[in-house]
Write a protein that binds this ligand. Sequence first.
Ligand code: C2E
Ligand code: MG
Ligand code: MG
Length: 798
Amino acid sequence: MEDMHPNHVRSRRRGRLVDMPAAVGTQARWQEQVWAVRVTALLLLTGAACIAVYYTLPSAGWAQAGLFVSVNLAAMLAAWRAVVRAAGVNRFVWTCIATALTLAAAANVPYYGIPLVTGDPLPFPSPADALFLATQLCLIVALIRLVRERRREDRLGDLLDTAIVVLGGTSLMWQLVIGPVVSAAGMSPLGHLVAVAYPVGDLFVFAMLVRLVFAGSHRSPSNQFLLTGIGFLLAADVLLAVQVANGSYATGGPVDGMWMAYYVMFAVAALHPSAPVLCGRPSATGHRITSVRLVLMFAAVLVGPLLLTMDQSEVHVIAGVSVVVFALVMTRMAGLNRRLLSAGSELEKRASTDALTGLANRAAFRSRLEDCLAGTERRVDELAVLFVDLDDFKHVNDKLGHAAGDALLVVVADRLRATMRSGDLVARLGGDEFAILVQGPRAADEADAVGQRVVAALAEPTCINGTVVHVGASVGLAEYGREKDSDDLMRNADVAMYSAKSRGKSRVERYDSALQDAVADRLALRVDLLEATTKEQLVVVYQPVVDLVTGCLVGVEALVRWQHPTRGLLPPSTFIDLAEETGDILAIGSWVLGVAVKDLRVWQRRHDLPELMLSVNVSMRQLEEPDFAQQVAAALGAAGVDPCTFVLEVTESHFADPAGGAAGALAALRAIGVRVALDDFGTGYSCIAALRTLPVDIIKIDRCFISGSDVSQPDHVLVEAIVDLARRLGMDVVPEGIETHDQLQRLQQIGCRSGQGFLMSQPVSGSGIEALLATKSPLLVPHTVPTFSKATLTCATE
Ligand code: C2E
Ligand code: MG
Ligand code: MG
């Protein structure tokens, strides 16, 4: 193969290979098509002219015979040319056709020539008949090969339809040709056999023609000319049979013209540029019952009864064939009915299934629930509904795109299926909402276990397109009690789910009437939150970060509080999540930042502590703001705070998407000296190995490892390992939640330099910090710090 530029195409017209640009190639293809149409039109006109000339010539003379055979020979040569141009199956088909035309020419020469020489008609049967029959056989083989190339979906249906139409044709053929030939007197047995072989062969050709028409495949022009030619051949044969039967046949009549038309059509088919691709691909709409098919079948069913009303001579055969036709029609109808029913049930299935996950959809879930409540399936007191809503699904959609969101929903559906008991129904209600219907004895108790299993299963991280994604699920459970209908039950489960979300997500909440009040309460809080910032209801308190060796205050962590007009001072746990949901966190975060950096600057100056540190917590929503880094830098600049004394506290989930905007903002801030602390370390999903790659400077070990109620020996071992690892990676460690001297001592022993906790100080107001700095008193009593040296105590006792 020669190399060629991809933008170049090749024109094979007239056998030449020419490189040309694609646009020129399109133009060349267009020109080729125009050329093909013109040549085809010329060939058809020439053929028509030959037929016209045939009838102007003296009947049954040399000229007529010569013209007839010439047209046959021209078609034969054209067919052999097509054999050379075609390949594979197409070459085989053209070889059969070319052979058929060659045999026809070999038969036509004696058929027309001998009577001209001898003056007597050719006897019947003669060797020419053998050649004519062989012609038919070759055509049948060619058509069978074409039919085999077009196998379609509904093969049985096609076969039945073909059989019905062909049997209709058989009735006609029997009445007109076969019957009279069989009962004709004075004919030798061989004569009978040959006379019957012609119509039988024609019936085979007809059957193949019908099969090809029903296949409904895309047909090339060459193919269409070929089928038209076969149509002329069949029409000629039937007319011949009728004329022979009533004694009106003579050479030079209409039958000859039809035969010539058949040769002309074959010649045009063979010379057309599409001849090498006779076999087209089956069309997608092929299995439809087209109107052509219906008309043909209608005619086939009617032909028997109509013939019987006109002529009773072949009553047994025609009636027998008609019965078979009716039986086939019934079989076909039964098949169609079956297909209709299965299509109906498929449609029904689709209407009740969620297309993405394959789970039941909302409509199916509701209908099953209503059935249950109506007591049609099981006893109504043994039923519970779980409402499952994914936590933070929006982040996945926003960050990784909707395709990833869809992939995650499919994984969630699989996990839900795996947690189901047999007989329960799981459905996707829409978006990231799922519902589970738990039925059977002790359903109310078991629903709780199912809910816990769901929470556990969905807490497992998932890998989507190479990214590890964490979503949990909040589950609301409502068991059937006094609810009147499915709507009530679903609403209650929804309320319980909402409560699970507000109580920290990734948990199961069971509905009770008090929850309704809690949800209403949360909604009210949501409204109040809108005004919290503008009405100056927020307060910043600071928890000291203490040097565990000296007891000195080395920094503060800013923590927000909400001084609610009626509910009193609210901790962040009651409103930070809500603020994240509503977006109010952006205003709150920016307000806290502004106030805290101003306070820090005052303390640094007033107490000459330029290295006093400030930590501020930020939420994901803030970090994702496109100008977050600029906002922080501007706040630090406006207050005159050195960025090296400022720490941003973020949680592990912020690093779920290392390539996202949050990572960019953190990198920009670190570049100007701001330090990043990984807050609540150990409560998320980061593995220790990930610490190596995270853009953090400080690790804050969550208080559940330090002072939690279930702190155990392994936790201490873990803390020691984290401290050691962080030190090796050049990071600082700040343990949170130090409450007892015992905990302090352990941390001191493993070399923790600073920490936070109620043992040293609760979060206090700005003036509280001011007072601590003013008194300069250490936040740890000397006797609790066994490793204190004289030198380190200086700062504390100054
Ligand atoms: P955090 O950043 O881990 O803050 C430490 C939390 O632990 C504070 O709770 C603090 O009062 C508490 N704590 C400190 N020492 C001890 C101790 O010895 N024992 C016990 N039991 N608790 C201790 P707080 O103030 O309720 O804050 C809770 C969380 O709210 C913070 O956890 C932080 O994630 C978030 N938060 C607070 N302020 C803000 C803010 O301005 N913005 C954002 N986005 N989140 C904030
Ligand atoms: Mg914090
Ligand atoms: Mg923390």
